[in-house]
Design a protein around this ligand. Structure first.
Ligand code: BGC
Length: 748
């Protein structure tokens, strides 16, 4: 018992070990009472604590939970591009776990927003894995700094809700490594989440819970994960196969621990594997012990509400602001229209649904701050058709206002965990009302509330300003007032592209799949990686967002720091007379590559707060991975030698400076064979010398002379050298043999 506070696994009976690998009930680990190991509580997540009141049962009532601070869901928080703020949100959630004696909070969820129709896009961070990983890591670090654990989920490839429990996501190794795994990888390597939750779906034919490649080879052997893996709720369909694959914990329990016992006895489970899985559970309990022993801890509801407000402020993205209609003047005659101003939509539906500690709507905030405004709901938040009386009332207050502030968005029933959306349109009755109001009064500013992307063009057509407010959590009202009245400049940037039409999305050809599977045919070309590479028009690009302040970026410099690494620096200046924040973004654009690569990819960002007139230098390091792609041929990351352009900008479509760097490459190579093409021989350093020898032999007549014109050179370059006889007859056979012999001699 030396290094473990609780007995180590060798002091447990087989039955006790088996019991540790499933939960005690829907929200508790299964302790081993006889050995003094407690069964701590674990619960949702991810943007606040959803501690079910139905404890000690197997119920999963989604709406009956202990009040907790409702922070902005990831759809909002991801737009902050502020890892430090996100870390503070994590710290606050960790404190709430300590008070509520919850050992692990089930989040964050870092699956890629492959398609905006995905039902859980509101819970996920981005279409970009670098951004998702570098933001969500703050939640993990923040929560865990309080002595409680996180559960990074859903590992991996839960990118749609349609058929989510069964669907087979067929994804290339390259797309997995470059798009669907890196957010997990970054967080595992930098923050060691205590737990990971596997996804429901299959990946390339194997359920995640039973996927040895995923849970053991990649997660533990390659990335060095030290924690435990639990199943998503009901995702474990074969206890024995899952345990062998590397799943420590089945949640909720299926009361089948005897299966583990039998399998360990008859050799279907290696005793060492059971020990590893069970020991992981003891270690988890051990890590949580100190925080779970704290008595009478009380977090500050007020302070956490304030953190939620600050987070909400940075979650909003100003998409349009013609004639600087925003910020509003407090003494202006304002008409507020839209039920969302009174009944905010502040979080998504499903397992993440939180009972907030407080709730302040925008209208409440106006009243609290003594700001006068007329209000009309304009529409109802259900899916019923337009209500003429409500519309008439709204038009009446709009008529004589200086500014009309319209709150539009998606009602709760339109998006949730459990189903995908059919389109990205706002309800027709809201758009109809907007058009009518804009006819009455052209000074319209729209605030949008939606978890996943909506089509903004029909809104922007009738509004001078559009503020995408996503879902803002419980303090959205005051946060909105701060931004709309200019107490703070908006500083959010889009974590996902707003497309011109959902039909433009690269995954639409394979969405949401058929007959139990979905092919990720777009490969690595997800979101802006597709739109930017193929020059497609979008409504608002990835990384975009306006401020009341204006900024200039200058003195961009890129220096090599190693064979395949670089440092980027730039000076950003607030050239306006209002305070604000700018996010400098670094994209890497590869030159000529052996594989089809996106035209550029985000590899660094830094948000900087600048007072009016202030300047700061930002410095970002690009490691080797920033330039690499996953090679299926090598089964490894590859950095090719050559030129790469490092771009510095403020969105994926607004690059202010580009610098070319020449990298040495990683020097990885594979032996040439008769199946290597003539072009591959030419490109290889040893192969090139052999080709030179071939050419010399052609000149002196000992081998056939290769045709010497551009067309034929290209033709021959594409042929494996064992095909040369087809073109050159028996002499071609001699040529192939000569090349292989020369190569063997040179590489001995
Ligand atoms: C969700 C998870 C959640 C779990 C427990 C599942 O249906 O996919 O995200 O943590 O339920 O509520």
């Amino acid at each position: 018992m030396s290094e473990h506070t609780y007995p180590s696994v060798e002091h447990l009976t087989l039955e006790e070990k088996a019991s540790l690998t499933s939960g005690g009930d829907a929200w508790h680990l299964q302790g081993v009472e006889a050995k003094g190991i407690p069964g701590y509580m674990i619960t949702d997540g991810p943007h606040g604590l959803r501690k079910s009141l139905a404890v000690n049962t197997s119920e999963t009532d989604l709406n009956d939970s202990v009040p907790a601070t409702c922070f902005p869901p990831a759809a909002g928080l991801s737009s902050s591009w502020n890892p430090e703020l996100i870390r503070q949100v994590g710290e606050a959630m960790g404190e709430e776990c300590v008070q509520e004696k919850v050992a692990v909070i089930l989040g964050p969820g870092v699956n890629i927003k492959r398609n905006p129709l995905g039902g859980r896009c509101f819970e996920y961070w981005s279409e970009d894995p670098y951004l998702a990983g570098h933001e969500a890591v703050g939640i993990v670090e923040g929560v865990q700094s309080k002595g409680v654990g996180t559960s990074l989920k859903h590992f991996a490839a839960n990118n749609q809700e349609t058929d989510r429990l069964r669907v087979d996501a067929r994804i290339s190794q390259r797309a997995l490594r470059e798009i669907y795994l890196p957010a997990f990888e970054h967080i595992v390597k930098t923050a060691q989440p205590w737990t990971i939750m596997c996804s429901y779906n299959k990946i390339n034919g194997v359920h995640s819970a039973q996927n040895h490649w995923l849970l053991t080879k990649v997660l533990r052997d390659e990335w060095g994960f030290e924690g435990i893996v639990m199943s998503d709720w009901g995702a474990d369909h074969d206890r024995v196969a899952s345990l062998n694959a590397g799943l420590n914990l089945e949640m909720p329990p299926s009361y089948t621990d005897d299966q583990i016992v039998y399998a360990a006895r008859d050799g279907r489970i290696d005793p060492a594997q059971l020990d590893r899985m069970a020991q992981g559970m003891i270690d988890l309990t051990d890590k949580a012990r100190a925080a779970m022993s704290v008595e009478d801890y009380r977090y500050s509801i007020e302070e956490h509400d304030e953190t939620a407000r600050r987070a909400a402020v940075e979650s909003m993205v100003l998409l349009k602001n013609d004639e600087s209609i925003l910020p509003l003047k407090k003494d202006a005659k304002i008409a507020v229209i839209g039920e969302f101003a009174r009944t905010p939509r502040y979080q998504g539906g499903g397992s993440s649904h939180i009972t907030p500690t407080k709730m302040t709507s925008f209208l409440d905030t106006l009243a609290e701050r003594g700001i006068d405004a007329d209000f009309a709901p304009g529409f109802t938040l259900d899916l019923t058709p337009a209500d003429h009386a409500l519309e008439t009332e709204a038009a009446a207050i709009a008529k004589n206002a200086d500014v009309v502030l319209m709150f539009l968005g998606l009602p709760e029933a339109a998006e949730s965990e459990g189903f995908d959306r059919d389109d990205i349109d706002l309800p027709a009755k809201q758009l109809h009302l907007l058009a009518a109001i804009a006819e009455t009064n052209p000074n319209v500013a729209v605030v949008l509330s939606n978890g996943s992307v909506v089509s903004v063009a029909p809104v922007a057509a009738h509004a001078k300003a559009v503020l995408e407010a996503w879902l803002l959590g419980q303090a959205g009202g005051p946060a909105l007032a701060d931004v709309l009245f200019g107490e703070v400049s908006p500083s959010g940037k889009l974590a996902q592209t707003i497309p011109a039409s959902i039909q433009d999305d690269p995954s639409m050809l394979n969405w949401p799949g058929e007959e139990g599977h979905v092919d990720y045919g777009e490969g690595v070309f997800v979101g802006y990686r597709y739109y930017d590479t193929y020059g497609k028009a979008v409504d608002y690009p990835f990384g975009y967002g306006l401020s009341y302040a204006s900024f200039e970026i200058a003195d961009v410099a890129v220096e090599r720091t190693g064979a395949n690494t670089a440092r980027v620096s730039a000076v950003v200046t607030n050239v306006s007379d209002v305070d604000g924040a700018e996010t400098v973004q670094v994209y890497v654009a590869p030159g000529k590559a052996d594989v089809a690569r996106p035209s550029h990819e985000l590899k660094g960002f830094e948000k900087t707060f600048l007072k009016a007139g202030e300047s700061k230098r930002v410095v970002m390091e690009l490691d080797e991975r920033a330039f690499a792609y996953w090679s299926e041929k090598y089964g490894d990351w590859r950095v090719e030698a050559g030129e790469y352009t490092v771009e510095v900008g403020v969105s994926s479509r607004d690059i202010v400076a580009s610098v070319v760097v020449e990298l040495e490459g990683d020097g990885k190579s594979q032996p040439l064979t008769e199946w290597s093409s003539f072009g591959e021989w030419r490109a290889d350093p040893v192969g090139a010398r052999v080709v030179e020898a071939v050419e010399a032999a052609g000149e002196n007549g000992t081998l056939p002379k290769l045709p010497d014109n551009d067309m034929m050179r290209l033709f021959i370059d594409s042929m494996p050298i064992n095909s040369l006889p087809t073109l050159l007859g028996e002499a071609g056979k001699n040529l192939t043999a000569f090349m292989l012999k020369e190569y063997a001699a040179a590489t001995e």
